[in-house]
Design a protein around this ligand. Structure first.
Ligand code: 4NP
Length: 153
């Protein structure tokens, strides 16, 4: 079974959406998905209301999720660790212990735009339109990730 971890800063806006979207596209018997944040500000909290709302609009329920912090043990558990932005990517790599750990970490939008290292913008201080934009970016990337996994199995 492939194990995928989506990582952002707070684990309340972007990575819960990425988790919910990818979950909606894959067979849960073959892929395990979770999400985490590099910061602990929101540990134990539900996703942000605006993420819940945009997910609902596309018939995805993310209210079963609770924020947690990324830990070094996640390198042992997960095969693919997708960072939402460059800062998350750098913070995760700081904790990596080996080449094998480092190789698991990817910028999620490199699935859509290979090697461009484009970040999913942090929508926290903006309005609902920012969440809609994030949703569309993540939907496209997760579609490609789901296709890849259906080929690997
Ligand atoms: P996320 O968004 O990393 O996509 O969950 C944020 C959530 C909270 C904060 C920043 C970004 N914050 O500063 O509390």
């Amino acid at each position: 079974m492939k194990k995928v971890l989506m990582v952002c800063l707070g684990n309340i806006c972007r990575s819960p959406l990425a988790e919910g979207i990818l979950r909606s596209k894959i067979d849960s018997n073959n892929v395990m998905i979770d999400s985490a944040g590099t910061a602990a500000y929101h540990v134990g909290n539900l996703p942000d209301k605006r993420s819940i709302e945009v997910a609902n609009k596309y018939n995805i329920d993310i209210t079963n999720q609770k924020a947690r912090k990324f830990t070094i043990r996640d390198f042992d558990t997960f095969d693919f660790i997708y960072a939402m932005d460059e800062s998350n990517y750098k913070n995760i790599l700081t904790l990596a212990r080996s080449k094998s750990d480092r190789e698991k970490v990817k910028m999620i939008l490199n699935e859509t735009f290979p090697n461009k290292n484009i970040s999913v913008p942090d929508p926290y201080y903006g309005g609902q339109d920012g969440f809609e934009n994030v949703y569309r970016m993540l939907d496209e990337a997760c579609e490609l990730i789901a296709n890849k996994f259906s080929k690997i199995k």
